[in-house]
Design a protein. Structure first.
Length: 369
């Protein structure tokens, strides 16, 4: 019988992790009663093979031992193998007595249609056998963006994610690129109706103890201008969650791309908040929504000499992380790291505190002049 790990991140557990790590407490953010490291590990890239499984598992373990307690994955990353690698890493660390489940915060994402790299079937054959023949996916459910956000499908995906991760409860379940994956095929009205159904499903799953929080992992919708078909108002989305789950609803986090090139989250005043235009990071602070950020190094493109302005005498990867995690409103950049050398280099950032807010704002002013 496969052993599932019980529990979830708690205030006591995450604060104990912070204390045990010996890291400056400025490198942890307190949000929703949790102490979360201001850098997290992402698990997006890599081949769907056993060699990468091992690399990812070891990188997750090394990152956690280095003082990171935020681990991010998705069911479609490496066709379900990323989740399994994360699950193995956590289970090994717990068995080795290095951590307990309540010390770490694990997020995953559902919504894209994915196959299973461990099942040797062609993509559409797998979809037919696993989903359409079992009535989980009906004709018309999958959009041209390979996306499906019906409650039947997302319920199925959550169960698979729990099994892949070997967990009884996931700390944060994101609906993955929903606007981006749906809006070419569905009207905005219909999309918002469907979004409400998803929130209802996730509130139910919270009651069942299968997830603690839910959110939206996005690419465009919170960064684009309000006249874009992909635009979503963060305030309206929070209001929708309140309508569904009351004041204690579980919609508490979002994820979006942010770095010194994709700087809209910080600089674009595109979100309406109480009748005033603010950036999505400002809106998130006002709404008490935690923001995790993706692509901190633009998949390596920001490491090229001259790609980023210099400051604080830091090497490029650390400069990128320092800029992002010092931005007001950001909880943590999620960095994809597989080799032991990369983990060691990136984890040097945990030895220095983030830039104080006044210094950071002066730096932004200097860089944007």
């Amino acid at each position: 019988m496969f052993f599932m790990i019980s529990g979830f991140a708690t205030s006591e557990g995450t604060n104990k992790f912070l204390k045990n790590s010996g890291i400056n407490s400025l490198n942890f953010k307190q949000i929703h009663n949790l102490a979360l490291s201001n850098v997290g590990i992402g698990t997006y890239l890599g081949e769907a093979n056993e060699k990468t499984d091992e690399l990812v598992k070891n990188a997750v373990k090394q990152s956690i031992i280095s003082g990171i307690n935020v681990i991010d994955t998705a069911i479609n990353y490496r066709a379900q193998k990323a989740e399994r690698s994360v699950g193995k890493a956590i289970s090994e660390l717990i068995n080795e007595g290095k951590i307990s489940r309540d010390q770490i915060f694990i997020s995953t994402k559902n919504g894209y249609v994915t196959n299973d790299a461990d099942v040797k079937q062609e993509f559409w054959e797998y979809i037919k056998n696993e989903y359409t023949q079992k009535g989980v996916i009906k004709e018309g459910d999958i959009t041209s963006g390979y996306h499906c956000m019906t409650t039947a499908y997302l319920n199925d995906q959550l169960e698979r994610s729990l099994k892949n991760l070997g967990l009884e409860c996931i700390d944060l379940m994101y609906l993955h690129n929903a606007v981006e994956g749906q809006i070419k095929d569905v009207s905005k009205e219909k999309f918002l109706e469907n979004l409400k159904s998803v929130f209802e499903l996730y509130e139910q799953k919270r009651k069942e103890g299968k997830i603690k929080f839910y959110g939206m992992a996005t690419w465009e919708c919170f960064r684009v201008s309000s006249d874009s078909p992909q635009y979503l108002s963060l305030q309206d989305t929070v209001e929708l969650a309140k309508k569904v789950g009351g004041e204690n609803h579980g919609f508490r986090f979002i994820q979006l791309p942010f770095n010194m090139h994709y700087d809209q989250a910080l600089l674009a005043k595109n979100q309406m908040f109480d009748g005033k235009l603010v950036s999505v990071l400002e809106a998130a602070v006002k709404l008490n929504i935690g923001v995790f950020t993706s692509v901190p190094l633009m998949q390596g493109r920001l490491l090229v000499p001259g790609a980023m302005p210099e400051f604080n005498n830091l090497k490029p990867s650390l400069r990128a992380l320092q800029f992002i995690r010092s931005s007001p409103g950001v909880l943590a950049p999620l960095i994809g790291q597989k080799s032991s050398e990369h983990v060691s280099e990136n984890m040097e950032i945990m030895k220095i505190p983030p830039i104080p807010e006044d210094e950071f704002l002066a730096l932004v002013k200097k860089l944007t002049m």
